[in-house]
Ligand binder design. Structure first.
Ligand code: GLY
Length: 314
């Protein structure tokens, strides 16, 4: 007997303005279609997660791949992780600057390396040795992000308050918006997988690595518990190892919906962090929660797709 496939994805959690909603919904719909059609053809959860995330990396709407936030020196620097819950095989890359699809490099690490994690030029060299083309960093930079960076740096120079910690949530999340993308999938063989990809945070110091590509922080998958992908302010998520925290709740008996909400409550209660989470159990149950004003997500099961940009009722 085969399991009914499930694909749940997110395209960031932040104070998304009304005029950006349509682009996010389009991007989510495209990613969902790409990933789910693979699951319907009998592909693995890892294949579906990789495909869905790659579509969002290719879409400039999101903070992943081309269109990512820029570092202090105006470059795109990206992190990604892919994990197979059936055997815990994992591939991660961080601080890559010349790959259009970091999630595909993560897949190569998962499949072809005895190691788990590569950074910077070593990651790019590994990807190139396994057939990926390198691009110029400027191929990944878009005008919108250059303008956003100039604005953030001008505010910094003018000594304007750092909205990240000012308690002005709307201003902080607009400036530090999080369009990190991610996916979790369950395939017909009963296996789960998770992937997360990001350009990190606006105006980050070169070399900074966020939660997204760190095992158990922004991403985790284990058939014995659940698959998870997070988006949001990376530093608090990392300090709490929040992805692993959440899947452990599922292993202890919580539903993915309960564990997702508990994780976001813990993120805020313990460190005042903001973000969003998607969770999927090996039984196909899903959970989603966020404490940012909005979160873009999509879910597909044999009953069809559902997608939207959720408003935080709080
Ligand atoms: N969650 C993305 C980052 O902080 O890098």
């Amino acid at each position: 007997m085969t399991t009914k496939p499930v694909l749940l994805i997110h395209g960031g959690a932040w104070a998304m303005p009304d005029q950006e909603i349509a682009a996010h919904e389009r991007g989510i719909a495209n990613a969902l279609a790409a990933g789910y059609s693979l699951l319907e053809q009998g592909a693995t959860a890892v294949d579906a997660v990789e495909a869905a995330v790659a579509v969002m990396e290719d879409d400039e709407t999101f903070d992943a791949g081309r269109g990512s936030f820029l570092t202090q020196d105006g470059r795109v620097q990206m992190d990604a992780l892919l994990m197979d819950g059936s055997n815990l095989r994992t591939g991660g890359v961080a601080c890559v600057e010349r790959l259009r699809n970091p999630i595909r490099a993560a897949r190569l690490v998962l499949d072809k390396s005895p190691h788990v994690y590569f950074v910077g030029t070593g990651a790019e060299r590994f990807a190139r040795q396994h057939g990926m083309l390198l691009c110029e960093n400027m191929d990944l930079v878009v005008r919108r992000e250059q303008e956003r960076l100039y604005k953030a740096q001008a505010a910094e120079l003018a000594g304007l308050p750092d909205e990240t910690f000012s308690g002005n949530l709307e201003a902080a999340i607009k400036l530090q918006s999080h369009d990190t993308v991610g996916a979790v999938a369950l395939d017909q063989y009963g296996n789960i997988s998770a992937g997360t990809s990001t350009g990190g945070t606006l105006n980050k110091a070169p070399g900074r690595v966020g939660d997204s590509s760190l095992i158990g922080c922004g991403c985790y998958a284990d058939n014995l518990s659940a698959a998870v992908s997070l988006t949001g302010w990376g530093e608090p998520i990392m300090k709490l190892v929040l992805g692993k925290w959440a899947v452990d709740r599922v292993a202890a008996g919580a539903t993915p919906a309960e564990a997702a909400q508990a994780a976001i409550d813990y993120l805020f209660g313990r460190l005042g962090g903001y973000g969003g989470i998607i969770l999927l159990g090996p039984d196909g149950q899903v959970g989603l929660a966020h404490n940012t004003p909005r979160m873009a997500w999509g879910l597909q099961t044999p009953n069809g797709p559902q997608l939207g940009v959720t408003r935080n009722p709080g």
